[in-house]
Design a protein around this ligand. Sequence first.
Ligand SMILES: Nc1ncnc2c1ncn2[C@@H]1O[C@H](COP(=O)(O)OP(=O)(O)OP(=O)(O)O)[C@@H](O)[C@H]1O
Length: 452
Amino acid sequence: MYKLWIIEDEPGLAQGLKIAFEKEGNYSVSLASSLGDLKELLSKETPDIALLDIRLPDGNGLDALPHILKTSPQVKVIVMTAFGDSALVVKAIKEGAYNYLDKPFPLEAARNMVARAAENIALQRAVSQMTADSSVDLTGSSPPIQQIRGFVEKVSKVSDLNILIRGESGSGKEVLARLIHRTSGCKGNFVALNCAAIPENLLEAELFGYKKGAYTGAVQDKMGLVELADGGTLFLDEIGDMPLALQGKLLRFLDSRSYRPLGGTKEIKVSLRVISATCQNIEDKIAKGEFRRDLYYRIAMFPIIIPPLRERGKDVIEIFYTFVEQYRKSFKRSPLSLTPEAEEVFLDYSWPGNCRELKNLVERLFILKDPEDRLVRLSDLPDRMLEELPQKDNKIATQAPGQTLQEKIESFERHLIEEALNKAKNNKTKAAELLGISRFALLRRMQKYGIE
Ligand SMILES: Nc1ncnc2c1ncn2[C@@H]1O[C@H](COP(=O)(O)OP(=O)(O)OP(=O)(O)O)[C@@H](O)[C@H]1O
């Protein structure tokens, strides 16, 4: 949903536009009919897109342009001018307006332009999301992660080696790509593009840029991400979703490391590292004719598979404490730690959302737990983590039909106590040590569960 402002004093036009855009279902529309109205709106909310009339009853709409642009770096302002106001149009574009509409304009023209602005915002969001987490390390010391670190040392020295990172969603593909970029020590930018988050028709312009006049609405030159990444790394996330039509162009670019912006006449040469990532089965896509085999070989000159979190053993605990450290700082709280039972669940759980799921869980724990309570117990964990247990160990009837969460937790707790007592050959002090609780707490629980 995009917040669309219509700043227009002609009631017929303003209402007509409002009705048309609300009907599309993608926009929530606010109206202002004067600079005064606009000022009030500015004090209350932030637009994504604004249609701004230049001639308003109490002044020139352009005077408000800097104030609207200040609300957010992504806001797109489309100025509505009377035919022949070309000097004002030039001024507006120079000051940061996104585009203009000459009045009177057909509804379709406004629709197309606003839709393009919305696509652009979606795209900026996709790209800016990718710039987050820039300094995160690839935490973990399991053998596969150590092996990957070894690869990073080697591949970061060769800039024209195209790397393909494969792994489940949330497993750390972007973290790995950033690590390669950092280790290489190159001076250029790390520029990331999520190929799945961008409408097909915008992807080429986003990658390779365009020249002014390349198509209607291209009112100024636009630099492509490839140029922005010159001297650095271009990270193409979700490469499996690259539209077939663009795959040929990407292949040519990878071979020559040169490209021509849309509407441009000159070939531009760049020097950069290209890392692609996917969580899809590309072989399937190749078999279905949705992904070019030759492109696959080119992007995957050096493939790296990042294993899912469930296959990284104790890394899950190490990564948990890394996230605890991050959130502890931002929440200004004491660190959390796992009880032995909770740690066991962490090690057994399948983590379908991988590191991202773990990160979200840690954030949730910081939000929900009493700040005084630093221990993460079974009762703090979401149902789904406990519900998976019986598939691993059918001695624990945590999925027995009709059991409440509390009953499931208790039956698991009982199982852990029995297991510890077995391991400790019934030595209660040792069993309590294994469980990380006091001897007294163990005796109390044994009594509660009727364990002899
Ligand atoms: N080894 C790790 N140590 C610490 N944090 C990690 C690690 N791996 C991933 N993360 C964190 O987990 C989250 C998901 O990681 P990332 O975005 O790299 O995954 P991804 O595989 O690229 O996901 P997607 O397939 O959805 O694009 C991020 O917040 C990242 O910082």
